[in-house]
Design a protein around this ligand. Structure first.
Ligand SMILES: [Zn+2]
Length: 376
């Protein structure tokens, strides 16, 4: 079967059915057991070998990452694909509704879970089409991660050295099918703890060191939002104090720094740390700044081998390839940090992380056709 122009090789009805059946499975982060079992079952039915790693214990969830392998033509390099099994809340009791115009939405009270189940369904359908049409293809490695939504915890627990694929496509991006992200940011999570001294606010306020006031002085010195075109700083949570009649001993702020340039992100981090240290020292308070690197920035050459292969696959199905930058993290950050060639690609999902999330039958079919091309 040589003809895969357009989406004619794809059984759209079966793909939609597969997608809807996956949507019906509960898949909150840390609670992917039912989804991992459903996907493993489908993979084995397609002749894949499936292993589950030990990520469940590492992340504190109910399932590990799945690694499925489908043998291909000898002599061809293995191609990898990674999609995540979890969806953001509300991800329980999901039900897909297919409308006459071809859009697919949730019943309205949950997310749809096209992020990232459209990718999971399209990957499974692509393998199914290769098998039933006897299309020659590369050896395929499918990685299905858990806990992607909480800052790629699942993939960070994956032993990437177990993977054979040097080239890994990550369908986990909004935008028209054919879109690929060639840059993704470093994300640093910050927890700043200011410790002053508790005292009665009426009897002996002078004996206290007001942690909230000290934190506020520091915070007003921080530049928030875009600190340059490619870097943002934000604090989203602040809590402190225990009683309205006490000088608060502690104030904790949680925030993040995001930037396309890893060194710049860390520079901003040090700048914030300096500000808090100066204000705390001036007031006699103590401060700790805990920083966790959640993802590390990477770029992909616009004309690199993986970008070219993606563009060729788009051309083969008559889709315009488009390169963008994404300001979100994904499992691709994990693979890039471990030296793999990786590309995040659009996977037929829109208005993600909301109950308005939707996909369409046409985009799902195009995604599947594109994945088949990348597997050939
Ligand atoms: Zn996603």
């Amino acid at each position: 079967m040589g003809d895969t122009k357009g989406t004619c090789g794809v059984n759209a009805a079966r793909l939609v059915e597969r997608f809807c059946s996956l949507v019906a499975v509960d898949n909150p982060s840390y609670g992917e057991r039912a989804m991992a079992d459903a996907v493993s079952g489908m993979l084995r039915a397609l002749g894949a070998t499936v292993e589950e790693d030990g990520a469940a214990a590492i992340v504190g969830g109910s399932a590990g990452n799945l690694i499925a392998r489908i043998p291909g033509e000898a002599g061809l390099p293995t191609v990898g694909f990674c999609a995540h099994l979890d969806s953001v809340a509300p991800a329980k009791g999901k039900r897909a509704v297919v409308f006459d115009d071809g859009t697919i939405r949730s019943a309205g009270d949950t997310v749809l879970g096209a992020d990232d189940l459209s990718a999971v369904a399209a990957l499974l359908e692509a393998v199914c089409v290769l098998r039933e049409q006897g299309i020659a293809h590369r050896p395929i490695e499918l990685i299905f991660t858990v806990c992607e939504e909480p800052y790629t915890k699942g993939s960070r627990a994956l032993d990437v050295e177990r993977l054979t694929a040097r080239e890994i496509f990550v369908p986990d991006l909004t935008g028209a099918v054919g879109t690929a992200a060639i840059a993704a940011p470093t994300i640093l999570a910050l927890t700043v703890t200011v410790t002053g001294r508790a005292s009665h606010a009426g009897f002996a306020p002078e004996a206290g060191i007001h942690a909230i006031a000290v934190a506020a002085r520091a915070l007003t010195r921080c530049t928030l939002g875009h600190v340059d075109e490619d870097t943002t700083v934000g604090f989203g949570i602040i809590h402190g104090g225990t009683a309205s009649n006490a000088v608060p001993e502690r104030c904790v702020l949680e925030g993040e720094i995001r930037g396309y340039d890893d060194a710049r992100a860390w520079e901003e981090c040090r700048r914030l740390q300096d500000i808090f240290e100066q204000e705390c020292a001036a007031a006699g308070a103590a401060v700790t700044v805990a920083v966790e690197e959640r993802t590390r920035a990477y770029t992909v050459g616009a004309d690199s081998a993986i970008a070219r292969r993606f563009a060729d696959a788009c051309a083969a199905i008559g889709v315009q390839p488009t390169q963008v930058r994404t300001f979100g993290g994904s499992d691709a950050n994990t693979f890039a940090a471990r030296g793999r060639d990786t590309l995040v690609i659009a996977n037929a999902m829109s208005s993600v992380h909301s109950v308005e999330e939707f996909t369409t039958v046409d985009e799902l079919a195009r995604l599947c056709a594109l994945l088949i091309e990348l597997m050939r």
